[in-house]
Ligand binder design. Structure first.
Ligand code: ATP
Ligand code: MG
Length: 451
């Protein structure tokens, strides 16, 4: 027989039970850095997600839905062994078959894997997007969590710079749609593989000359991934990084032409940016365009969107050479920014609350509520459940945030009527025929009727 508490063992009793209950509740808290998003906050998330979906789909991008788990090998190979993510942030475990699996720390790897596996990259272009949770074992702090959410966009088969510009224009359009004003676009070119190789050499030589100033991470990266040193967040490293050779001085003609053309496209579209020569993605297959949108309103975690071109990845994973560019947005940081900038979010309270009394009233009311929801587009109508006096039902109506109460008692049910009672403002209550109610509600709430 299953125990009462569901955790096995005999059910404790009295004081002991309540103490055990508290202890269990404590151990059953969410995993550190993984947040519940409570109903109070979900309207902001829905607002954000709806706006993104609308903007991205207006550009003709199609959604791809990908597993949360992939083989560990995929991330090791595509993100690179000498990176924060692979070295110390992945949630990796063996499944029951002994296969090493990892909760996805980002979406590009899985997206490329899926496209290759399903032949989506053969002689065709793809414009794709995905959204969902990502997992990284980082130190939780404001704007940095262990489960967080991204919207990602990837475009395959186009060499750019026009597609690079399209992605950046899309992000700018997103901020406009969301009503966000404060983000600054930072832009850089990592150049072609050849120019990056020359730069890398200069960088290694420079950092070798000041080995004692490097922290442990950076020393380790010196051989495997020297560009990544530029990305160090260690304040003690900033001086030595400041003196390092600059990437723009090493760009070859092809890289320059690409970068200049991108800048011309952004200029023509009226998009402001600053060129940040220290902006890098420290992986070998990243090249040419890299960009980030940064805000100073969120403290240290100010990057809300990061993207770039990764023409080398598909080939590196065993496919044909395929140009590719993409970006990812951090939704937790965007939500925080919406709050910090005081953006008005649409109201998500119910429009109306249906007060019911008497057997006939309840039976008719449940059906009537369904009829109203079908008739009035976008109507949010709460039906009272659990009975209660008029007074207590009106208290619930008030608490729900609805602007309007509808009342059906036995009398109204018999006469085919409903009473409308505004819960805020001065207007008087009115009783009308149930058949006229949808039209009246539509007018009062500014909602359209379904044909
Ligand atoms: P950071 O430098 O802040 O660690 P990153 O370079 O690791 O960022 P990307 O892998 O480029 O980040 O991810 C794209 C976006 O996802 C970031 O710009 C950020 O908005 C968001 N993001 C990344 N890691 C986290 C996290 N642990 N918690 C919340 N958001 C995150
Ligand atoms: Mg990171």
């Amino acid at each position: 027989m299953q125990s009462v508490d569901g955790f096995g063992g005999a059910p404790p009793s009295g004081r002991q039970a309540s103490q055990d209950g508290k202890a269990i509740a404590r151990t059953l808290q969410a995993v550190r850095g993984m947040n519940d998003i409570l109903p109070e906050l979900t309207p902001s998330w829905q607002y954000l997600e709806d706006a993104m979906r609308r903007v991205i789909q207006a550009y003709g991008y199609r959604e791809i839905r990908l597993p949360l788990l992939e083989k560990t090998e995929l991330f090791k190979r595509s993100i690179g062994e000498v990176t924060d993510i692979v070295e110390k942030e992945m949630y990796t475990f063996e499944d029951r078959n002994g296969d090493s699996l990892t909760l996805r720390p980002e979406g590009t790897a899985g997206c490329v894997r899926a496209c290759m596996e399903h032949g989506l990259l053969h002689n065709q272009v793809q414009r794709l997007w995905y959204a969902g949770p990502m997992f990284r074992h980082e130190r939780p702090q404001k704007g940095r969590y262990r489960q967080f959410h991204q919207f990602g966009v990837e475009a395959f088969g186009m060499e750019g710079p026009d597609i690079d510009a399209e992605l950046i224009l899309m992000t700018a359009q997103l901020w406009k749609t969301l009503g966000l004003k404060g983000a600054v676009l930072q832009l850089n070119s990592l150049g072609t593989q050849a120019s990056r190789a020359a730069y890398r050499e200069a960088l290694v030589e420079y950092f070798r000359g000041c080995l004692t100033d490097l922290d442990e991470d950076s020393r380790r990266r010196l051989d495997g991934n020297p560009l990544r040193i530029l990305d160090s967040k260690n304040p003690r490293m900033q001086a030595v990084i400041g003196g390092a050779p600059r990437l723009p001085d090493y760009l070859d003609v092809e890289s320059r032409v690409h970068f200049d053309a991108l800048r011309a496209l952004l200029d023509a579209a009226g998009i402001d940016y600053v060129v940040n020569p220290r902006l890098v993605r420290g992986l070998d297959y990243y090249g040419k365009t890299v960009f980030e949108w940064v805000t100073d309103r969120l403290g240290a975690q100010g990057t809300i969107c990061a993207g770039g071109r990764y023409d080398g990845l598909v080939e590196y994973l065993g496919g044909r050479p395929t140009p590719a560019v993409g970006f990812a947005l951090g939704l937790e940081r965007l939500i925080a920014l919406l709050e910090a900038e005081g953006v008005d979010l649409p109201d998500s309270n119910p429009h109306a609350y249906l007060v019911l009394s008497g057997d006939k009233g309840v039976r008719r009311g449940m059906v009537f509520a369904g009829e109203l929801r079908e008739a009035v587009k976008g109507l949010r109508l709460l039906t009272n459940c659990g009975g209660g006096s008029f007074k207590s039902q009106f208290r619930r109506a008030d608490k729900s945030g609805a602007g309007l109460a509808l009342v059906i008692g036995d009398d109204e049910a018999e006469r085919g009527q409903v009473t409308l009672k505004p819960l805020r403002g001065e207007s008087a209550q009115e009783t009308l025929s149930q058949t006229d109610a949808a039209g009246r509600l539509g007018k009062l709430l500014g909602l359209e009727l379904n044909a």
